[in-house]
Design a protein around this ligand. Structure first.
Ligand SMILES: Nc1nc2c(c(=O)[nH]1)N[C@H]1C(S)=C(S)[C@@H](COP(=O)(O)O)O[C@H]1N2
Ligand SMILES: [Mo]
Length: 208
């Protein structure tokens, strides 16, 4: 390319960024938001509080409430269970345009856990708890869908700490606030319990 053409190309590409009022980072996010897998380092982070340090060796998922057979799972227990891979777009309700990422989850279908603990017949909700105190609720009919998973890998690697290491929920088709990070408890209940954002007015049926 001639120097003049090169300068012209520079000016054009710069003006696209200026006209669009996007920073280079936003522009990159925008491009990746369209279809391809979001690069590992540039996935958005949204959370109400600090990032807890949950170590694999101490990790325990408690599954309790109104169930026939309450259970606990260590990290090693979970990774031995049958797992599936799902391509998904995680997306925050507060900015569905930029705060989204295309990822591939690996994890255990929540239905598999539900079948083991056997919720009582009047149970309507399952509430997920994050290690730092966050909660989100799912109606049991949604939790039973085959693609709702306890994810322990993303894009073939362990979850990054800010994205919920070692285990988080993934609820394809529903808003990001249902994707509880640092998941340490699943509580089954016949009461209509609302999670952190659901109790602050966001849809309880969080379908995108
Ligand atoms: N434990 C926990 N999980 C959480 C949250 C949180 O504050 N704490 N925020 C939720 C919200 S509102 C969104 S949009 C997604 C963002 O996930 P990410 O930071 O991995 O992109 O996590 C959800 N899960
Ligand atoms: Mo969100």
């Amino acid at each position: 390319m001639k120097r003049r053409d090169f300068l012209k190309a520079m000016i054009i590409s710069t003006s696209i960024l200026v006209i669009g009022r996007l920073s280079a980072y936003e522009y990159q996010q925008y491009q990746h938001a369209q279809n391809s897998i979001t690069p590992f380092g540039s996935w958005y982070v949204v959370q109400i509080s600090y990032t807890p340090d949950v170590l694999i060796n101490n990790y325990v998922l408690t599954v309790d409430g109104e169930v026939e057979n309450p259970m606990t799972f260590t990290y090693q227990d979970l990774v031995k269970l049958p797992s599936i891979e799902i391509k998904d777009t995680i997306q925050c309700v507060s900015d569905p345009y930029f705060l989204k990422a295309n990822v591939v989850w690996t994890g255990v279908p929540l239905k598999y856990i539900i079948d083991m603990v056997k919720p009582k017949s009047n149970v309507i909700k399952v509430v997920g708890y994050g290690a730092e105190g966050y909660t989100a609720d799912l109606p049991v009919y949604k939790a039973m869908e085959p693609n709702v998973i306890l994810a322990y890998m993303v894009d073939g690697k362990p979850l990054p700490q800010v994205h919920g290491y070692p285990v988080r929920l993934a609820v394809p088709g529903w808003w990001g606030y249902t994707y509880v990070k640092w998941l340490v408890r699943l509580y089954f209940t016949s009461k209509n319990i609302l999670g952190y954002w659901e109790s602050r007015g966001y849809p309880d049926v969080a379908k995108k």
